[in-house]
Design a protein around this ligand. Structure first.
Ligand code: HEM
Length: 121
């Protein structure tokens, strides 16, 4: 399913664009929150698509798939925290905590893209 990996990478690109536009606070907030929506929609689709189920049921999961799922889980757990801390910055709070959460989040998000390609091959 390489096209799912393409969509996955495109969402990562969208989030990077959102970070590049961080000085435009309203736009940054909207893009990052929408990115969360895109990721949730992709996750729900992958969970319910017969191909993903077939792939995981047909053979025991490989190491890369296990790492991919772990990273995706970390990423999804971090999402609400990064968004919430962003809201606090918008309300006049310090940007340090937001940045400290955003960095590991974006690293996990990038590794999800890379491992998705490895699993799809
Ligand atoms: C996945 C979600 C998000 C990520 C990964 C993210 C990432 C980042 C990063 C890397 C910065 C730059 C920090 C720095 O250089 O010091 C930043 C700044 C900022 N973010 Fe976010 N952000 C996210 C969501 C949000 C949301 C939802 C809001 C608001 C509701 C928000 C508000 C802000 C604000 C106000 C800044 C300061 C921009 C400035 O330098 O003036 N962020 N964000």
């Amino acid at each position: 399913m390489p096209w799912l990996s393409i969509i996955n990478a495109a969402i990562f690109g969208w989030l990077c664009a959102g970070i590049a536009l961080r000085k435009r606070h309203g736009l940054h907030a909207a893009m990052m929150t929408l990115g969360f929506g895109f990721d949730l929609a992709l996750l729900v689709y992958v969970e319910f698509s017969s191909k993903a189920i077939e792939q995981t049921v047909a053979k025991p999961p490989g190491v890369v798939l296990v790492i991919h799922v772990l990273l995706a889980t970390i990423m999804l757990v971090l999402y609400p925290f990064v968004i919430y801390s962003g809201g606090k910055v918008l309300a006049g709070g310090n940007v340090r905590k937001h940045k400290r959460l955003a960095m590991p989040f974006m690293l996990a998000r990038l590794l999800v893209v890379i491992t998705a390609w490895m699993v799809a091959r």
